[in-house]
Design a protein around this ligand. Structure first.
Ligand SMILES: [Zn+2]
Length: 201
């Protein structure tokens, strides 16, 4: 099933996180089913931390499911930006990447070992790549910041960044969130924590 969303619909989807009502499937995914028109909106489920180049990420985006009136098949209408690997929220990806405690059994059911190890490699590589830019931003913005952290706190670029962010007043953003903003931009997205709307690139 090929589906193209107009700019207006895509914009609305991005802003609300919910697929606009006027967007309908143009075919059934059921085997041998020829239905092209009659589909009922079914339930929907969320995906978290959807990245968008130049616009940061969306905290939550809903995937709409439809039920075919002819064969009864229920299927999701997934637009191309919703990659499979984006099902996990930042918090979980950071815990995995930093080898901190997380709900192992539950996570093992939803994600393969390969996926978990890819998260780890990805976040470590990205945080290493952006480390100098982030460090320069932090030191310029926060005079009180101490770069004197323990060896354990600095054992990976991601750990190091988290140790620095932990010194910020209030609720500091997670290291992967800061790295994400470097990677994908984010100044246009209002829902990004205020502290991350600073320009540090
Ligand atoms: Zn059908």
């Amino acid at each position: 099933m090929h589906q193209v969303l107009s700019d207006k619909n895509l914009q609305e989807y991005y802003q609300t996180g919910i697929l606009p009502n006027c967007v309908r499937p143009n075919g059934c995914t059921g085997e041998n089913c020829q239905e092209r028109d009659r589909f009922h909106r079914h339930s929907r489920y969320s995906r978290k931390c959807i990245y968008r180049q130049g616009c940061g990420w969306m905290p939550v985006m809903w995937v709409q499911r439809f039920r075919c009136a002819t064969c009864g098949k229920v299927f999701s209408l997934i637009i191309p930006i919703l990659y499979k690997w984006q099902r996990a929220e930042h918090e979980l990806q950071q815990s995995v990447a930093m080898e901190q405690p997380y709900r192992r059994e539950e996570v093992a059911e939803a994600f393969s070992e390969r996926t978990l190890s890819r998260w780890k490699q990805t976040w470590l590589a990205w945080s290493a790549f952006y480390q100098q830019a982030i460090l320069a931003w932090l030191l310029t913005s926060y005079a009180f910041l101490s770069v004197n952290v323990t060896a354990a706190e600095a054992r990976t670029p991601l750990h190091y960044l988290q140790a620095l962010l932990a010194q910020l007043p209030g609720k500091a953003p997670a290291a992967v969130e800061v790295v994400s903003v470097c990677r994908f931009g984010g100044r246009q997205l209002r829902r990004i924590p205020h502290i991350l709307s600073l320009s540090f690139l």
